[in-house]
Ligand binder design. Structure first.
Ligand SMILES: *[C@@H]1O[C@H](CO)[C@@H](O)[C@H](O)[C@H]1NC(C)=O
Length: 325
């Protein structure tokens, strides 16, 4: 009787553990299949984006490994379109870009100029290399420009543009530059502009001049060696247009662009990480350095780009990033 009971119990015990084992194997098989599906999806995403990268001219065999790594790293960091993860990238851009591009910045001997905000520059091949410089949005300060002109005196043309000639015109002309009064935007039209007055910024309706037309008036239609841009949100549209229609624009070798709050500048603001991803795929401009400026909940990213695609710029500023072959 006791024996019987025991065997019954052990039997039921056995069936129970067999059932648990079976359940565990189902779970394991499920996990295994899910893992395979995920891996296959991952692979197909990778091979797809790799294909589109090659179409865009991404990954040139003549790049040194540091340049390849920088573009690959940026492309991965900015891959998330307009999603939440992409928004997160906005806040960590400075450390992301340090991680991706620091080696290239060192190879190019990137210089820092401390004005109201840091500006960056890659020096030319000889100590007295000549260059042109355009400032869009003077904003009552040309300190960085002054320091650049002091270290590199052979500036053949300097133009400063601002909506307000008061203070700004004087500053630009004292440095030997030409002043132009314009509200710069992507297109010529009437629209809102945030202008710096005596009591801070205020928004007014005004005539915009397209970057393309400003460049014509500045007589810089062929090459801008150094572009410094702080235009209160209009940069989102201009950067997007430069990606979309590069042929409209002059050859720009180096670009210091203050990118304002990504979340208060319409759809182009929200698309900024996606546009930086497109820039990494196009591989004309390498994002080399970002300094962040925070006030209350706003984060501005001051971005420095170097042109590694157009012959003039590559020969003059970035030849170290290419193998001689
Ligand atoms: C700038 O330098 C280049 C190469 O040294 C020279 O060919 C060119 O004429 C110079 N441009 C000006 C405006 O001096």
């Amino acid at each position: 009787m006791y024996q019987q009971l025991k065997s019954k119990e052990s039997k039921s015990c056995f069936t129970k553990s067999a059932m648990t084992n079976r359940r565990i194997s189902y779970v394991l098989i499920g996990v295994f299949i899910t893992a395979i599906i995920l891996l296959m999806r991952q692979n197909s995403i990778d091979s797809f984006s790799y294909k589109s990268d090659t179409v865009e001219g991404y990954l040139s065999p003549s790049w040194i490994p540091e340049l390849t790594n920088a573009f690959t790293c940026l492309r991965k960091a900015f891959k998330d379109g307009t999603s939440f993860q992409a928004a997160y990238q906005w806040y960590y851009m400075s450390s992301t870009v340090d991680k991706c591009s620091d080696k290239v910045a060192k190879i190019l001997h990137m210089e820092t100029y401390k004005g109201d905000e840091d500006k960056f520059l890659i020096p030319g091949p000889t100590p007295n290399f000549n260059y042109t410089m355009l400032t869009l949005g003077v904003g009552h300060s040309v300190k960085a420009e002054e320091l650049i002109l002091k270290s590199h005196p052979s500036c053949t043309r300097y133009v400063g543009v601002d909506p307000d000639p008061a203070i700004n015109q004087d500053l630009v002309e004292k440095l030997g530059g030409k002043f132009l009064k314009h509200v710069v935007a992507v297109d010529d039209n009437i629209g809102g502009a945030s202008l710096l007055g005596k009591r801070g910024y205020k928004t007014v309706q005004t005539q915009h001049t397209s970057f393309v037309n400003v460049v014509k008036e500045a007589e810089l239609t062929k090459v801008i060696d150094i572009l410094i841009m702080d235009i209160e949100g209009a940069e989102f549209g201009i950067l997007a247009d430069m990606i979309e229609h590069p042929q409209k624009y002059p050859t720009i070798c180096q670009m210091n662009a203050e990118i304002h709050n990504a979340f208060e500048n319409g759809p182009e603001g929200y698309a900024i990480i996606d546009n930086l991803h497109k820039m990494a795929l196009q591989s004309r401009y390498l994002l080399l350095k970002v300094t962040q400026f925070k006030y209350s909940k706003n984060v501005f990213n001051r971005c420095f780009f170097i042109n590694v695609k157009d012959d003039y710029c590559v020969k003059k500023y970035a030849s170290k990033l290419f193998t001689s072959a």
